[in-house]
Design a protein around this ligand. Sequence first.
Ligand SMILES: Cc1cc2nc3c(=O)[nH]c(=O)nc-3n(C[C@H](O)[C@H](O)[C@H](O)COP(=O)(O)OP(=O)(O)OC[C@H]3O[C@@H](n4cnc5c(N)ncnc54)[C@H](O)[C@@H]3O)c2cc1C
Length: 311
Amino acid sequence: MSKKVIIIGSGIAGISSSLKLKSYGINSIIVDKGNFIGGRISTREIRNGASSSFFFHGAQFFTAKTHEFKKIISSGINAKYIKEFGSFNPKKYRGNKTMRDFLLNLSKELHIQQKMKIIKIKTDNNRIKVLDDKIEEWTSYDGVISTPPAPQNYQLLNQFPSLQKTLKTGSYHACIALMFTFDEIPLYLNTHYDFYNKPGILSWMACGSDLSVWTAHTNEKFSDLNYHKDKNFLKEKIMSSIERFFFRSKIRFHSLHVWRYAKVAKKCLGPQIDPKYPVSIAGDFLEGPNVEAAFISGNKAAKLIFDRLKN
Ligand SMILES: Cc1cc2nc3c(=O)[nH]c(=O)nc-3n(C[C@H](O)[C@H](O)[C@H](O)COP(=O)(O)OP(=O)(O)OC[C@H]3O[C@@H](n4cnc5c(N)ncnc54)[C@H](O)[C@@H]3O)c2cc1C
């Protein structure tokens, strides 16, 4: 089918939309405002001389319950860009060696343009035009799939009130991620520590690509109350929680990242495609607070766009 579709966002929802459209014979271009592929499945590099280590300061792992996502996991394991993480039941997975490797391999036949922000979307007869901040020109497409987190998606879709209505129904928890290293790696160290439902401000702490690089995440209660506060205050609070935990080891602060829209608190309800135009939304906000849910929503958006365009 010689249709031209643009997908906004190179997170897992955007990638799955593009893969699914490809399976229907529709080529698409993914554009993303960030420097790197992956959105909230994010990887940050730290160089130690000639070698590098990688923090995973967004999603730390993914799980697979659905047939569609299990297929992705098993082909990634066979091709060695996904590996099992820890020994959990149900199983958890990570990219091998990094989360970015997972996304780069999964999308290697797709057309992706990073560092390009879409600032407006409008209708033009039966086509859709989008305006970006790079070439600053309106470009015309047969269809659009828009995958930013719901509140950012809402801003883009002011010509599509039924989608805006859907996007208004959900909400997110924030999360503050503190990346750190050790002066000397402690002798006894697990790959992760789970603090869910435990006292304190942390929810989870895990190493990245190796045991020298770590990310600590704050829990929903602390994050929602404090995400807008001064970064030094947040840093001190989280550092003191970690230092208490690794009391004999010297911890070195690396960086702090505040995710305003981290995990879906309440899913969005309503139509996923505009009633008149081939404009669809996709993302975790439609299916649930995790990587697999975002993947599934991308598949659904692609099917909706394909059905609309084939008529
Ligand atoms: C700290 C944290 C920890 C998490 N832990 C886990 C976990 O362990 N396991 C798990 O399964 N899930 C976890 N999640 C949730 C998971 O990361 C998300 O549910 C999933 O990655 C969402 O994917 P998405 O494609 O819907 O959205 P995103 O990944 O947010 O992708 C949207 C993309 O749109 C781009 N964008 C936005 N606006 C524009 C624009 N105007 N123009 C162009 N591009 C734009 C953004 O740059 C972004 O790349 C975590 C999330 C966070 C933040």
